[in-house]
Design a protein around this ligand. Structure first.
Ligand SMILES: Cc1ncc(COP(=O)(O)O)c(C=O)c1O
Length: 385
């Protein structure tokens, strides 16, 4: 007998919790969970502190403070050339996670199909399941994580309601190519499907690549929900200020769930994010350059330790191919690495419907200071033994 509702009965605790506990227990360098171990920018903190002192401390409007919705609209125009109406086309949420949940709950009826690319950010599948949707999976495979048109097209049916696209992609570091995004756009239009695009790593992109926002492709503005958050871009994952941008009817779907889930999110932090979104473009260039240097450093350390990283094009994660190592699966490898070597990584099988599909990979985060990465590199050398 259990008191748990059917809809949550099969959800365990997340792998991040488990690996972080193990990392703490063994004083491991934590390259598992993706949170920066360095302070976020002072201009953001100052703006939030001023907002608290100015008594911006009562409920914000449900869809977000007008100043923040204006700032998000200006950002969409400035970075992607998209004209967004801040009054009717934006909902400010508690991080991208709430935006994703509200979007899926607001659009998916029981029995509707939702296409997910796996490996996936771990909230996608439970959100689809709680809405009563049926997930259909496209499995991205190393080393290039490329998308085959016929394989993807075969997943679309007259029951498909949504496709969830995450670019740059956690955990693979894949940046969807222009051709792949056009392919997705065409399939969405041919089958009357809505695209939900998770762009939380939109500014963490390497090697001169450009982030393409799916909503900018022909015919997509009216059938795309674009989701992002301040957490990754401004190294403040604990603030949990996110947003969904979509044509008015789609935004209504998001808003109707949001109003009964959280209603509104921390008012003074929203003001902090208004200031953040006014930052000059140099900030974004420096952020990407810093992470690219971290990527290169960690990739070299992994190679030096005898591992085989798959170079990411974006995000602050790097996947390692462990198929040639003598471990039965990724969970055993990551536990060994944490307890014996003193470096924590995440076993990606947690991001696949069928865990066996991710059993030959491990994910390392490089959103860490150089001394943290240097210590990890030093410890990883023990793997050579
Ligand atoms: C792909 C992806 N989407 C969404 C999120 C969550 O964003 P937030 O903290 O804004 O809810 C994360 C965080 O790791 C992520 O990697």
């Amino acid at each position: 007998m259990t008191y748990l509702a059917q809809r949550v009965r099969n959800f365990g605790t997340t792998i991040f919790f488990e690996m972080t506990s193990l990392a703490n227990q063994h004083q491991a360098v934590n390259l598992g969970q993706g949170f920066p171990d360095f302070p976020g920018p002072d201009f953001l903190k100052g703006a939030a502190i001023r907002a608290i002192q100015d008594d911006i401390n009562q409920y914000a409007p449900g869809s977000g403070r007008p100043s923040l919705r204006e700032a998000i609209a200006r950002k969409m125009e400035r970075h992607y050339g998209l004209a967004v109406n801040p009054a009717t086309e934006i909902t400010v949420t508690s991080g991208a996670t709430e935006a994703l949940f509200a979007t899926i709950m607001g659009l998916v009826n029981p029995g509707d199909e939702v296409i997910l690319f796996e490996p996936y950010y771990d909230s996608y599948l439970p959100s689809v399941q709680m809405a009563g949707g049926i997930p259909r999976f496209y499995t991205l495979r190393p080393r290039d994580w490329a998308i085959d048109r016929d394989e993807l097209a075969a997943l679309f049916s007259d029951k498909t309601k949504l496709i969830v696209v995450n670019t740059p992609h956690n955990p693979t570091g894949k940046v969807y190519s222009e051709a792949e995004l056009h392919m997705i756009a065409e399939l969405c239009q041919a089958h009357d499907v809505i695209a939900v695009v998770d762009e939380v790593y939109e500014h963490i992109i390497f090697d001169g690549l450009k982030h393409i926002s799916l909503a900018t492709l022909p015919g997509m503005a009216g059938r795309t929900v674009t989701i992002s958050s301040a957490g990754k871009t401004f190294s403040m994952t604990g603030w949990k200020i996110g947003w969904a941008v979509a044509a008015a009817e789609l935004n209504q779907a998001v808003f109707r769930v949001h109003q009964f889930l959280t209603y509104s999110v921390a008012a003074p932090l929203q003001e902090g994010v208004v200031t953040a979104l006014q930052v000059a473009d140099d900030y974004y260039t420096e952020l990407a350059a810093m992470y690219q240097a971290n990527r290169d450093f960690l990739a070299a350390a992994l190679i030096e330790a005898g591992l085989k990283p798959v170079m990411p094009q974006g995000t602050y994660f790097i996947m390692v191919d462990i198929s040639e190592l003598n471990f039965p699966d990724d969970v055993t490898f990551c536990r060994y690495l944490t307890t014996e070597i003193g470096v924590a990584a995440i076993p990606p099988s947690a991001f696949y419907f069928n865990p066996a599909d991710g059993a030959k990979l491990a994910r390392f985060a490089f959103c860490k200071t150089r001394p943290t990465l240097e210590e990890a590199a030093r410890r990883l050398q023990q793997l050579k033994r």
